[in-house]
Design a protein around this ligand. Structure first.
Ligand SMILES: NC(=O)c1ccc[n+]([C@@H]2O[C@H](COP(=O)([O-])OP(=O)(O)OC[C@H]3O[C@@H](n4cnc5c(N)ncnc54)[C@H](OP(=O)(O)O)[C@@H]3O)[C@@H](O)[C@H]2O)c1
Length: 333
């Protein structure tokens, strides 16, 4: 099979398209014929050598994938069944989705049925799981509330905006780049804000008492300001760290957290995305009630370009790799 192998942490040139043996599922695992996968920031951190000792190299990265069941020795799934998988050590503890086949534990496989194209399907699993989990477990969001999304053009930020609009919320989303505000308004964001480091002031011009909920995706450099954009008894959920900074230094809660504002966090697995939620979202995309924020679709051979686009923060939405898009020669570098 063809796979994008990362030989060692470092630049994108450490990715090589190689021919590897098709992996065999161990007991309790399945083999998936990968059709597409979305790129994730955590894979950038792994590529940069920031994932700690948990990752050894060479490694096939990829914390998520969609495709069809190729072999399930347990008989739980039927060969050819459409499935999504994510997390659970994929692309870190064992080889992940950047390949034509991947083997994963049964416990992290979600079956679905959809007529959507594979590129669209590939964009969805991890992005939807994170957005859904942040809105439900993290923020306990409800209809009629105001939500601030800090890091709004990220794929998780855009997916959260789409789910929040479906729920009947008013959405305020940030970007540092004025050229990207259109991509926010196109998906239904009510107020696209330019992040100049002081969003709380801008938010309170729109919602003087502060928003009900805020999703922090940039990290600790903006967290204090995000907390100040939220009303008393409102919630901030720390889900992302786009800045690469996630530790609050010299944390003194009374000074750091405004009185009455609640701070929580979210980190999810495949089991945090109920199959009915995934299926419902896919059906809504088919019927036009929901959209999927896709930035660019690449063939596997161009994984270096895809990672460069992610690293340079050029995307608005999800970067996807489609496996069968272009037959390619195996590059035995
Ligand atoms: N907790 C969880 O379970 C979980 C799961 C998945 C992802 N995450 C995290 O969620 C975050 C979003 O992930 P993603 O894959 O959706 O990201 P993404 O699509 O790659 O996000 C790209 C956008 O992030 C913004 N950005 C990049 N560097 C930034 C910086 N230094 N400061 C502020 N904004 C910056 C840029 O927006 P502008 O240029 O428009 O400002 C860029 O377009 C990541 O931190 C990821 O690790 C968490």
């Amino acid at each position: 099979m063809r796979a994008a192998v990362l030989d060692a942490p470092g630049p994108v040139t450490n990715f090589h398209i190689r021919s590897l043996p098709i992996p065999e599922p161990r007991p309790g695992w399945v083999r998936i014929r990968v059709k597409a996968f979305g790129l994730n920031r955590s894979e950038l951190l792994t590529r940069q050598g920031l994932s700690g000792d948990a990752v050894t190299f060479p490694r096939v990265l990829g914390i998520e994938a969609v495709g069809t069941i190729d072999d399930d020795p347990s008989g739980t799934f039927i060969r050819g069944q459409q499935v999504a998988t994510m997390m659970g050590g994929m692309g870190r503890a064992y080889d992940g989705g950047y390949a034509e086949y991947t083997c994963v534990p049964l416990s992290q496989v979600i079956a679905f049925t959809s007529s959507l194209d594979w590129a669209t399907l590939g964009a969805i699993p991890e992005m939807l799981q994170t957005a859904y989990g942040s809105l439900t477990t993290g923020l306990d969001a409800s209809t009629g509330q105001y939500i601030l999304i800090r890091g709004g053009t990220s794929s998780v930020g855009m997916a959260t905006a789409i789910l929040a609009k479906r729920l009947g919320m008013t959405v305020l989303s940030t970007t540092r780049n004025p050229a990207k505000t259109d991509s926010l308004t196109r998906i239904g964001v009510d107020h696209a804000l330019i992040d100049d480091g002081s969003i709380a002031r801008q938010v309170r011009q729109i919602v003087p008492s502060g928003v009900d909920a805020a999703l922090e995706l940039v990290g600790t450099p903006t967290l204090h300001d995000t907390l100040r954009a939220v009303r008393v008894h409102g919630v901030v959920c720390f889900t992302g760290l786009l800045s690469g900074e996630w530790v609050v230094k010299d944390f003194y809660p009374i000074e750091y957290i405004p009185g009455g504002v609640r701070l929580t966090a979210y980190s999810g697995e495949a089991s945090d995305l109920p199959p009915a939620v995934l299926q419902g979202f896919l059906d809504d995309v088919v019927s036009g009630k929901a959209t999927v924020p896709i930035d660019t679709v690449y063939p596997l051979d161009r994984v270096r370009e895809a990672h460069t686009r992610m690293e340079e923060a050029k995307a608005s939405g999800k970067i996807v790799v489609l496996l069968d898009s272009a037959p390619s020669e195996v590059n035995q570098q």
